[in-house]
Write a protein that binds this ligand. Structure first.
Ligand code: HEM
Length: 234
């Protein structure tokens, strides 16, 4: 029955081909380091699901934001778990995406023909930091307020555009309800949309080029003539 339904859908959509290419592809000569991209993707999925659940109860107004977070944590069934998962998955995402980047650098996987995969990766990393900046203000408590204040002061030190940038982020000369609205909007609308687009392009490129081969150890240049000589004597 299951296969018949699968066949019916496959004849009309060709889903089996895509499934086999993505999940059943044989990838020779890989290491644990190659799982870091998929682990990063898993953290993204957890964040999207738990973040969506949090928006059911979170209120982005200065008078209610803090209370709504308390309500989620203490009253909503499993609210503490959803919030905790969102919090820890956010930290894991930063660690995993940096580890994934380091793996890519060590294996030289940023080189031709994967430059665009690398560029979209850098954009994703910036986006991850953007999620962190905007999300940490949302609980709207003392810690969130002052941490954001400090970060905005750092942005204000950017040469030439610093003042403008700080005012743009805050929506004025100081942190206010407008800052909370902006950060909330970026955190739940703008950044997730960008994330979807960039992850789609990133994965499309990974499928197009395949996973890069692990670098092999080659004879050192000064060893080569001797090796060739030895070979010709044989
Ligand atoms: C939200 C963040 C990211 C997600 C979800 C993600 C996901 C993935 C996945 C699933 C793969 C294939 C498996 C693997 O090679 O590990 C991959 C490959 C790759 N990623 Fe990412 N990635 C992210 C961030 C980054 C960053 C920050 C960089 C570097 C700036 C990067 C550069 C690359 C490159 C160059 C490859 C190809 C590796 C190869 O062919 O060996 N990615 N990514």
């Amino acid at each position: 029955m299951g296969t018949r339904v699968g066949d019916w859908i496959d004849q009309r959509s060709g889903w089996r081909d895509s499934w086999n290419r993505v999940f059943l592809a044989r990838i020779p000569n890989i290491s644990w380091g190659h799982t870091l991209g998929a682990a990063t993707l898993m953290a993204v999925v957890i964040l999207l699901i738990t973040g969506l659940a949090l928006t059911f109860y979170y209120v982005s107004s200065p008078t209610d934001a803090h209370q709504s977070v308390q309500y989620i944590t203490n009253v909503v069934p499993l609210g503490w778990l959803i919030r905790g998962l969102h919090h820890w998955a956010a930290s894991a995402l930063v660690v995993l995406s940096v580890a994934h980047l380091i793996r890519v650098v060590i294996h030289g996987a940023y080189k031709y023909p994967r430059e665009f995969t690398w560029f979209t990766g850098i954009a994703l990393l910036l986006l991850v930091f953007g999620f962190g900046l905007t999300g940490s203000l949302l609980p709207w408590d003392q810690r969130a307020y002052w941490a954001t204040e400090v970060r905005i002061e750092v942005f204000a030190t950017v040469p030439f555009i610093g003042d403008w940038l700080a005012r743009f982020l805050q929506g004025g000369d100081q942190l206010s309800s407008l800052t909370l609205s902006r950060f909330y909007s970026a955190h739940v609308w703008l950044f997730p949309l960008l994330l979807f687009g960039l992850v789609a392009v990133h994965l499309r490129l990974v499928l197009r080029h395949g996973i890069s081969a692990r670098p092999k150890e080659e004879p050192r240049r000064d060893e080569e003539p001797r090796k060739r000589e030895e070979a010709s004597l044989l």
